[in-house]
Design a protein around this ligand. Structure first.
Ligand SMILES: N[C@@H](CCC(=O)N[C@@H](CS)C(=O)NCC(=O)O)C(=O)O
Length: 204
């Protein structure tokens, strides 16, 4: 059985929990207290971070890598696109999200980060989301069309946390469209199932 070592408020763990629930197979989630990490975490992940997936001999870390593995192993519903070129584009977009958004999310998740660094992170996330919203998701229901994909999974934990992080995007038409897209993901039964109590408390 798949075991996921997961943080109670970690946006990266949130991605993996969401995928596990969407796939509807058997798994176990081990809630990890990041202020009191179990010793075996560092033996699984040299960076001593969650999420970590363990399945028999296989140990994986990095949320997007874990999620691609789960998607390969349990193909329904398929979250990565099916052709080599669309898969390539999807991976490139996932990379852009890590570079432009989640590098700053790391700062907001770091309790010891200086206030000026946290403010700069908020500003960088706001700027990128405003730019992104002019084309994304456009008229699509989800990022790649009518079906949920790995891109929706990757960005949803950030959209869920906007208020929690103190990020205000305003109410231009494109922002409203982006936020409605977020709501569409949040309404999925498995998105709600995958939330921890601490994550549920992030939005009223
Ligand atoms: N790039 C990693 C980021 C994982 C990450 O930053 N995890 C944080 C919690 S949200 C963590 O374990 N922090 C504990 C630490 O760095 O000591 C991923 O996508 O999985």
């Amino acid at each position: 059985m798949i075991v996921l070592y997961s943080g109670l408020t970690c946006p990266f763990s949130h991605r993996c929990r969401f995928v596990l629930y969407e796939k509807g197979m058997d798994f176990e989630i081990k809630d990890i207290d990041l202020f009191n990490k179990p010793e075996d975490l560092a033996t699984f992940n040299p960076y001593n971070q969650v999420p970590v997936l363990v399945e028999r001999e296989l140990v994986l870390y990095e949320s997007n890598i874990i999620n691609e593995y789960i998607d390969d192993r349990f193909p329904h519903p398929q979250l990565m696109p099916s052709t080599p070129s669309t898969r390539g584009r999807c991976r490139l977009f996932l990379f852009t999200l890590e570079k432009e958004l989640f590098s700053h999310v790391h700062v907001l998740e770091n309790m010891n980060a200086a206030k000026k660094d946290q403010d700069a992170a908020r500003e960088a996330i706001t700027e990128f989301l405003l730019r992104l919203s002019s084309t994304f998701p456009g008229k699509n229901k989800y990022a790649l069309g009518n079906e949920i994909s790995m891109i929706d999974v990757a960005i949803a934990p950030l959209l869920w946390r906007l208020e929690h992080y103190g990020i205000k995007l305003g109410n231009s038409a494109s922002v409203v469209n982006l936020l409605k897209y977020g709501e569409r993901i949040f309404q999925r039964e498995m998105f709600l199932e995958a939330l921890t109590p601490s994550e549920k408390a992030m939005r009223r």
